[in-house]
Design a protein around this ligand. Structure first.
Ligand code: ZN
Length: 260
């Protein structure tokens, strides 16, 4: 009788375990983001969410840090902080972010590019192979680049300036014939104000020692992986700095200046 009871317990536990796993799997095609891009444009740079929490929602993505202290890039579950010296540092789980975008990366489409194309051509090429403009895509490009132009921003002090002002002090890093990985997203135009519509990409070298927010590139030879994502989870700051913002204005001109 005892044997039979323990057998039943094992069967029930296994059923619960597999049910849990399948549920977990269902929740992996979710774009998770903290705060909004327009709040960042307005200078809301205080970290709100720890990377411990961010990691629960993805192993891949980009963002920034408390006080706008560098560019964040995440891949294969490893999170890096690219400071304004251009170097990549490991991110501690206790550090906080005012803006991050992550997902669990599981590619639905793979292809390769084996010719010299620049950022604009890359955007055109990716647009031509995607099935629709209306869902979210996580994108990973791994390979060799003839040229990379990346940037990072120095840590800001209070009172925080708006992002257009902070970005004037950005540091530019150039790489030639470099092996590395581009990580980022293509989001629909209707995400305007919430996140960056179109392409937003960050770069890190193969040895994970340097990188930044991608400003320009020339591809030599890369493997392209694209993860189709159709769910969205946004967490807003519960702070006066966010509550008191006027987020009714269209800021896309400011965003264009900063992102490219
Ligand atoms: Zn960026």
């Amino acid at each position: 009788m005892i044997k039979r009871a323990s057998f039943l317990i094992i069967v029930i536990s296994l059923a619960l375990f597999f049910f849990g796993c399948s549920n977990l799997h269902k929740n992996r095609d979710v774009l998770y983001q903290t705060s909004t891009i327009n709040a960042l444009l307005e200078g809301v740079y205080d970290g709100d969410i720890t990377f411990h929490t961010v990691k629960e929602h993805g192993d891949f993505g980009l963002g920034t840090f408390h006080a706008l202290d560098g560019e964040m890039i995440a891949l294969d579950g490893h999170f890096y902080q690219i400071k304004s010296d251009g170097r990549a540092y490991p991110v501690d789980a206790s550090m906080k972010t005012p803006f991050a975008v992550v997902t669990f990366f599981e590619p639905d489409q793979t292809t390769s590019i084996d010719k010299q194309i620049d950022y604009k051509d890359l955007e055109g090429y990716l647009d031509s192979i995607l099935p629709t403009e209306n869902i979210f895509y996580a994108i990973r490009l791994k390979g060799t680049f003839s040229y990379i132009k990346a940037r990072s921003v120095p840590k800001q002090n209070k009172p925080y300036p708006p992002l257009v002002e902070a970005a004037k002090h950005q540091k530019i890093f150039e790489f030639h014939d470099v092996k590395g990985i581009i990580v980022g997203f293509r989001l629909p135009q209707y995400m305007k104000g919430i996140n960056v519509p179109g392409y937003h990409l960050h770069f890190i070298t193969d040895d994970r020692k340097a990188g930044g927010h991608l400003l320009a590139c020339t591809i030599k030879s890369v493997q392209v992986e694209i993860d189709y994502t159709n769910k969205f989870h946004m967490v807003l700051p519960e702070k006066d700095a966010f509550y008191n913002l006027d987020l009714t204005k269209d800021k896309h001109n400011q965003l264009d200046k900063i992102e490219k």
